[in-house]
Design a protein around this ligand. Structure first.
Ligand code: HEC
Length: 104
């Protein structure tokens, strides 16, 4: 019994880290990391700052996913984020969910 539980926990852990890795890789593949880092402001705000800003905002996910695709400015300063037409709706949802969860 104990072995079964340990195995289940190990599987759950490895699944979680595989998907975190996949999201980080997606952010890299889609060029987000040219302007964003997890913990440091580059041209755009850090993913941790974005997560903190919207932690109580339930509507943020859909709004930010759209902004990732279409671009925008004026929330963090005057530097605009250009549109990211290389990102589809599914990918923008995935990326924003990962960012709002602290980009872990
Ligand atoms: C050319 C640089 C650049 C690239 C590439 C870029 N961003 Fe941004 N991003 C910015 C800037 C600048 C802002 C701040 C915009 C503002 O103040 O409204 C921003 C803001 C954001 C925000 C917060 C928006 C808000 O309204 O608070 C999210 C989420 C985000 N970016 C995700 C992404 C993702 C995901 C990608 C990759 C698909 C990406 N960004 C690619 C520059 C960039």
């Amino acid at each position: 019994m104990k072995a079964v539980i340990t195995l289940a926990a190990a599987l759950a852990l490895s699944t979680a880290s595989v998907s975190a890795f996949a999201n980080a890789q997606l952010a890299k593949d889609k060029n987000c990391t040219a302007c964003h880092a997890v913990g440091t402001k580059l041209i755009g705000p850090s993913f941790k700052d974005i997560a903190a800003k919207y932690k109580d905002d339930k509507a943020a996910k859909a709004r930010l996913a759209k902004k990732v695709r279409e671009g925008g400015t004026g929330v963090w300063g005057q530097v605009p984020m250009p549109a990211n037409p290389q990102v589809n709706a599914d990918e923008s949802d995935k990326l924003v969910a990962w960012i709002l969860d602290g980009a872990k």
